[in-house]
Design a protein around this ligand. Structure first.
Ligand code: NDP
Length: 255
């Protein structure tokens, strides 16, 4: 038995994705959801329910990081865990969000990367794109990146450079028609870029629509969602999967 811990958790696509994969692969397992009110209980609950693995979503990723018996891989640097796996009675924490994003853009050929936004997702992505530049609406959240030596700009300070890959990690466009940066900046960026990727899924944001007008190759956040799931499934099963084939199964049920 596997499940996803979150609050709220009813919107999560993970049960749909992973149950479909189990069915298609003839694996006799099931994946459910668990609305967890108190994040401090996450590991106790995992052990009490005797599950083999779990995903963790908002707002419990930091609790899972803090409380897991052991944290492995990039999750240690990110400070957030989205996947928990049982191993010899211990609960091991991993993060497949940022590596999932990297996997999703594997076929792209890029050197320079601009991350728009400076929240939790931007922090995680900056660890897999250590040479990226950061562009954010306001100053406050940029300090984290500056402390790590990453070139970071507010809209006012930004002198448009040329980047191959532009990533929107803000929530602009999620439930409104906003752009993550002023249109004049985006237009100049897109005129020199090759790829634009959003982390928002379920819709094509104004950011991606504009990028398409400049003939950029684009991806929505669905690819990141799918590949974090593929990497989590590898951890759940304790073996490497054909990532592309597994992703196709997830896309089949999500599209
Ligand atoms: P945070 O709340 O941590 O960060 C928000 C960032 O967005 C800040 O930098 C903020 O700027 C900026 N921002 C918000 N609104 C606007 C706006 N209207 N214009 C410009 N900038 C804006 O968010 P998260 O990093 O946690 O999540 C961001 C998005 O990522 C969400 O939409 C979420 O759904 C998505 N996501 C998708 C995943 C997937 O698998 N596809 C996985 C995880 C997240 P400022 O500092 O100025 O306030």
């Amino acid at each position: 038995m596997f499940l996803i811990f979150g609050n709220p958790v009813s919107h999560s696509k993970s049960p749909l994705m992973h149950n479909y994969f189990f069915k298609k692969s003839n694996i006799k397992e099931c994946y459910g959801r668990y609305k967890l009110e108190n994040g401090e209980e996450i590991i106790d609950k995992f052990k009490e329910l005797k599950i083999k693995g779990a995903n963790v979503t908002v707002p419990h990723k930091e609790h899972a990081f803090k409380l897991a018996d052991e944290v492995r891989g990039i999750a240690k640097e990110i400070g957030a865990v989205n996947t928990l796996v049982e191993e010899n009675g211990k609960v091991i924490g991993y993060n497949t969000d940022a590596p999932g994003f990297l996997e999703a853009v594997k076929e792209f050929e890029y050197e320079s990367v601009l991350i728009i936004g400076a929240g939790g997702t931007a922090k995680a992505l900056s660890l897999v794109f250590p040479n990226a530049h950061i562009l954010n609406r306001s100053e406050g959240r940029l300090q984290y990146f500056r402390n790590k030596g990453l070139k970071s700009f507010t809209w006012d300070e930004f002198k448009t450079n040329s980047y191959d890959l532009i990533i929107n990690t803000t929530s602009a466009g999620l439930s409104d028609d906003n752009y993550p940066a002023p249109q004049n900046i985006l237009k100049e960026l897109f005129s020199k870029a090759k790829y634009a990727v959003d982390v928002i899924y379920g819709k094509e944001t104004p950011f991606l629509k504009l990028a398409k007008q400049y003939n950029l190759k684009t991806k929505t956040g669905l690819d990141m969602l799918v590949y974090q799931g593929v990497l989590a499934m590898e951890l759940f099963l304790g073996k490497e999967l054909d990532k592309k084939k597994t992703a196709e199964i997830y896309f089949e049920i999500l599209r």
